[in-house]
Design a protein around this ligand. Sequence first.
Ligand code: NAD
Length: 337
Amino acid sequence: MTTSTSGSRILVTGGAGFIGSHYVRTLLGPDGDPGTSVTVLDKLTYAGNPANVDPVRADPRFSFVHGDICDAVLVDALVAEHDQIVHFAAESHVDRSIHEASDFIRTNVSGTQTLLNAAVRHGLETFVHVSTDEVYGSIESGSWPETHPLGPNSPYAAAKAASDLVALAFHRTHGLDLRVTRCSNNYGPYQFPEKIIPLFVTRLLDGGRVPLYGDGGNVRDWLHVDDHVRGIELVRGRGRPGEVYNIGGGTELANRELTGLLLEACGTDWSRVDFVEDRKGHDRRYSVDCTKITEELGYRPRKDFAEGLAETVAWYRANRPWWEPATTPTRTLVLTP
Ligand code: NAD
């Protein structure tokens, strides 16, 4: 099954966030398809920043709607005017979900279902649901194939797992052309400074201290946001309806190792690190098996991690006006990795 990627009208939810805005800037960038138009639907929560789409704001193929994916009337009207949805909108920070989970259930589960209802009603061509490797739980060794049973541990991951399964059910029940991607930890520019890389970099650049959870031995696979966007485009263009595709970056690091690299990149040392009490229910290791997307769609991560990390640190160094307002206590509820 191949979806027409040329000339499509794409509704991108959460397109003012970290990954969604990267997706939109890429689609409308110099290598994008001139026939594709994009509407961003974003509630502009603390994590959404309209400046993230400034580079494409003047493009006639771009429009922005400030709204909530849980607003069924708005969603219905928008879906009626589009061919495809790429769904990024979510509450995305595990620590916030531990603190209070209701927005996670509302947006990630009910919001997704609102979009799915409208997609079925209007006979949408393709719906790409962006899920996460965290839906699988934690794995000591080896890697998860897409067929592995889900076992989410945090309220965030559980809400994502619920939406992932509801989305797949809409394919089975209603025949919706629905494709799910499950990616590993993304990094790159424009990431709100609450996740470990931008949090540590902005604090270190400010001369501050950084909190490392537990023994720092939790392992994550790191995926550059450029590679993630390429993976999503492969799935949108040539993925099969009803299928799930893992997307990984191929660089597994313990948080302790990552911290060492960030200290070095910011020109400082371990005297700036506080080992803090571990996150509740902290998953030890995530690892996705990317054989399916590699063999079926020819996906391979291209970005070298050392190069991607150096570019990311350089971006935060050069873009203080973007992140400084986000690090003030009024905008930031929880500042832990
Ligand atoms: P983000 O938190 O940076 O952005 C989320 C965006 O969604 C924001 O612009 C926010 O304003 C918007 N939003 C939130 N609630 C909304 C609502 N009710 N209606 C409309 N818009 C709303 O998130 P991100 O890191 O860009 O993640 C994007 C997607 O990718 C999420 O679905 C997330 O679960 C998934 N994901 C992220 C990572 C990662 O490493 N960042 C890894 C795996 C999966």
